[in-house]
Ligand binder design. Structure first.
Ligand SMILES: [Zn+2]
Length: 212
């Protein structure tokens, strides 16, 4: 289900919430009233943490106005605003890092849900799945989290296209969908090129052939 927290005592970082509010763009003024109605301050402090329950309430009511297209566009902008791990080099890294960034931006009982020292995640908010299909330029991402379907497609698209601009992200309509009350959505990420950086063929210089 979209917009329904899995557990109480979960908070979302001001950074992530701020990025979403900023994404509402022209409906920003409207976003303020949705924040207020959900019991949140109209202006979010990036360094603060907010109740996920209240946050999802505000996000849900604001998204009713924008619809799926707005949610998709907001999702696309998230990677520009939110903090992601800095070890990303490939499309695989980028898609895999979404779940880590997601946990880094949520707290449970006042503790951030990803520990960079141990690499451990705390359960309670679901995941952005990552399954690489070996030998193919294909990743399957099953997302079971309380965020909306189109929003997640936007995030995954932006992250995939960071390293493979031609990457496409398709929602697998044959699988359950959170928009229709399902517990997860499945996205198929594919691309044409491989990640190996092509090196320029070395053109032998005339000078090289000069007899010494
Ligand atoms: Zn879906």
């Amino acid at each position: 289900m979209q917009f329904k927290p899995f557990e109480p005592n979960i908070e979302v970082s001001g950074h992530a919430a701020y990025a979403i509010v900023a994404g509402f763009g022209i409906v920003k003024i409207l976003a303020k009233s949705h924040l207020r109605h959900a019991g949140l301050p109209e202006v979010l402090d990036k360094n603060n943490w907010y109740s996920q329950e209240k946050w999802l309430l505000a996000f849900e009511s604001a998204s009713r106005i924008g619809g799926d297209n707005t949610l998709f566009r907001i999702g696309l902008q998230i990677p520009q605003h939110a903090t992601f791990p800095d070890w990303m080099k490939t499309i695989e890294d980028a898609v895999r890092s979404i779940d880590i960034a997601y946990h880094m931006n949520h707290r449970k009982n006042n503790k951030i849900m990803f520990n960079p020292d141990t690499g451990r995640m705390t359960e309670g908010i679901g995941h952005y799945g990552y399954t690489k299909i070996e030998g193919q330029n294909l990743i399957i991402s099953v997302c079971n989290n309380p965020y909306p379907c189109s929003f997640d497609r936007g995030i995954i698209t932006a992250m995939a296209q960071k390293f493979q601009p031609d990457a496409t992200v398709i929602h697998d309509d044959s699988k359950p969908c959170r928009k229709k009350g399902g517990e997860s959505c499945t996205y198929i990420i594919s691309w044409q090129e491989n990640n190996i950086k092509k090196t320029e063929p070395r053109i032998p210089h005339l000078q090289d052939n000069k007899p010494k």
